[in-house]
Ligand binder design. Structure first.
Ligand code: AMP
Ligand code: ZN
Length: 114
């Protein structure tokens, strides 16, 4: 989608600090981090939100979770704990309509998040 900011990151039309990339997904540092580790994992194909996951695109979503698992080990936060979040829709706090999974770690988080 030409106006989507995360599609622009995928297409290298705007810069980002990429920490992982392959043919299906890309992971980059959040521009406004809320924790010492704050990385966004996205599919390269435009999927708007959790509401759009189906059997056709489920593979890329599971691929993202396997890469998150590898990344937390690489970053050394696997044992101390971390959080993965996907905000969906207006009430869920989604501000970019290209599905993304926040990996946040390196500090204590509370529950409920507020
Ligand atoms: P959400 O509110 O769940 O939709 O999260 C969107 C996230 O994207 C926020 O944490 C923003 O800081 C982040 N973000 C927006 N634009 C960029 C960008 N150009 N590069 C990196 N992160 C971004
Ligand atoms: Zn997009």
């Amino acid at each position: 989608m030409s106006e989507c900011v995360f599609c622009k990151i995928v297409n290298k039309e705007i810069p980002s600090e990429i920490v992982y990339e392959d043919d299906k997904i890309i992971a980059f540092k959040d521009i406004n981090p809320i924790a010492p580790v704050h990385v966004l994992f996205i599919p390269k194909n435009h999927i708007a939100s959790l509401n759009d996951i189906d059997n056709e695109n489920a593979d890329v979503i599971s691929h993202i979770f396997i890469k998150i698992r590898e990344m937390v080990k690489e970053l050394g936060i696997s044992d101390e704990g971390y959080r993965v979040v996907s905000n969906c829709g207006a009430l869920g706090g989604q501000t970019v309509d290209h599905i993304h999974f926040h990996l946040i770690g390196g500090r204590q988080f509370q529950w409920p998040p507020g």
